[in-house]
Design a protein around this ligand. Structure first.
Ligand code: ADP
Length: 493
């Protein structure tokens, strides 16, 4: 198949969360399965490894034709085309210190419209054979990700297929997070270069809703986990779009994200002070805690975060965007109790000021708690490797990647049983010796505290059970192979 994947983020060039990771890994995994794949993303800054192709496109929007330049980065198995325009290339991804950019609708429409032209014209070799456009020798299908590219399917229908172009092309719109929908005043509609007949497909209560546009116009809709696909069809978790989603019936499927082992593998990770495998958790431990490379990662993480270097205490980690979604309020509610436990806590996150303030105050108050406010990819890897347990009390979580990374790194996840967390973390059952972590419910401080207490007791008093838990997680294969195959089936019809 010929596949064009279009997203607002792509790691490592641009990333604020899981979208960036997935937008990088999924095209690579599809290409590894023999498809010819092109990833398209914005050029937010001058990337040293992406060169100007000299190709220019002219995109009509808001009454003018806007020239965009195309940059190209090519590594084996991974072709990325970056769309450049002065409105896109100004440092921030969605905004800057003054807030969200006011022209984000325009910026991401440029991306979406450019992507269709790129799929038609940009020469790509896709790992084998001479470079030729995706339209030569095949029909390009599209993966549009989140609200930013919600109108890609709308443009494909109204501008191309309406005129007999790209007749066989299909779009799968991927929901990474339904909470963000891209809502703009309907007074902008005149500038979108769409016929009035398109208006109802993106109108939601009198405003333009880019996510809705994708859900309505795409051939298929993918949510990033089976449980999330069910949850978003309910009024409680549908963020107002549950009715639209229910109306799509069988066109909506859930496909779990995977791990890109080139980025997240404890045996090769360049961000770590030491590398390790399953031997980090011995079969018959003579004391609690990891050994070898993982013990080194733990000790160095404690030193890096300013915590006492102690192998005799379990280290709990947290990494994430600090928004209401991530359940920081639950963590805040149990903070005084948590700080009194025989354990240490290492926190990394950035986002809402109130949660950043809580992180800093929590760490100042207790010597066994450390916090970093900021976005630090290296530290995220070192916490994933150095911690014994990873906390994810998310109130909702479409898929969640950190728990998958934790499992691969022998770090036992404690999660709220929601969305993709419910699909990937199974609570430890001491009688059957099964499970790979703790999944608590409901999303209450009491349930979180109880799960953490179980984790700490198991670490201190049953090191053999804890080691077996961690080893089971490490043995799981949450890689992209089966998920990429599922995406290919969805695009195939
Ligand atoms: P979401 O997409 O909701 O942010 P995911 O768990 O799917 O959550 O993905 C989060 C990704 O972002 C992971 O790769 C995680 O390591 C990374 N991440 C989140 N916050 C930070 C941070 N403060 N510093 C570095 N990486 C972060």
């Amino acid at each position: 198949m010929e596949i064009c994947s279009v997203s607002a983020e792509i790691a490592p060039w641009s990333k604020t969360g899981g979208l960036g990771d997935v937008a990088a890994a999924l095209p690579k995994a599809l290409q590894a399965q023999g498809h010819r794949v092109l990833a398209v993303a914005p050029r937010y800054a001058a990337y040293g490894d992406a060169w100007d192709t000299g190709m220019r496109l002219h995109i009509p929007l808001f009454g003018h034709r806007h020239e965009v330049s195309l940059y190209h980065s090519q590594t084996p198995g991974h072709d990325v085309v970056f769309v450049d325009h002065p409105s896109i290339c100004r440092g921030g991804i969605y905004g800057d210190a003054r807030g969200t950019y006011g022209d984000n609708l325009f910026r991401f429409l440029l991306l979406s419209r450019a992507a269709i032209e790129i799929a038609r014209r940009f020469p790509v070799s896709g790992g084998a054979g001479p470079a030729r456009p995706l339209t030569e020798g095949g029909t390009p299908h599209f993966l549009s990700h989140d609200w930013h590219t919600g109108l890609l399917a709308t443009y494909l229908r109204h501008h191309y297929q309406h005129h007999g172009l790209l007749p066989g092309s299909r779009v799968a719109h991927v929901i990474h997070n339904l909470a963000y929908q891209g809502q703009f005043s309907f007074s902008e509609f005149w500038g979108l270069d769409l016929p009035p007949s398109a208006a109802p497909t993106l109108d939601m209560g009198g405003v333009i809703n880019c996510m809705k546009a994708g859900l309505v116009a795409a051939d298929r809709v993918v949510a990033v986990s089976p449980t999330y696909a069910r949850e978003i069809c309910t009024p409680e978790e549908g963020f107002g779009l549950d009715g639209v989603l229910r109306s799509r019936g069988g066109a909506l499927v859930g496909i779990l994200n995977g791990i890109d082992p080139a980025e997240w593998h404890p045996g090769t990770d360049p961000h770590l002070p030491a590398r390790y495998g399953a031997e980090a958790w011995p079969q018959r431990p003579d004391r609690p805690g990891p050994v070898g490379g993982k013990a080194t990662c733990k000790a160095q993480l404690q030193a890096e975060m300013g915590l006492p270097v102690r192998a005799d205490l379990p280290l709990l980690g947290f990494i994430g965007r600090l928004t209401g979604q991530k359940g920081i309020d639950l963590l805040e509610a149990i903070a005084p109790w948590l700080a009194r436990q025989p354990a240490q806590v290492a926190l990394l996150g950035s986002g809402d000021r109130q949660y950043e303030a809580f992180f800093s105050a929590f760490a100042r108050r207790f010597p066994n708690v450390a916090a970093r406010v900021g976005f630090d990819v290296g530290l995220a890897h070192r916490i994933t490797a150095g911690a014994d347990l990873l906390l994810m009390p998310s109130r909702f979580e479409p898929c969640g990647l950190n728990q998958l990374y934790a499992l691969a790194f022998g770090t036992v996840p404690i999660v709220h049983a929601t969305g993709g967390l419910a699909d990937t973390v199974r609570s430890f059952d001491p009688f059957r010796d099964t499970g790979n972590g703790w999944a608590f419910s409901p999303a209450s401080p009491e349930a979180l505290q109880q799960a953490v207490a179980l984790g700490l007791i198991t670490w201190h008093q049953h090191p053999d059970s804890f080691a077996a838990l961690a080893r089971r997680g490490m043995a799981e294969r949450n890689d992209w192979a089966s998920s990429a195959a599922a995406y290919a089936r969805v695009l195939g019809g």
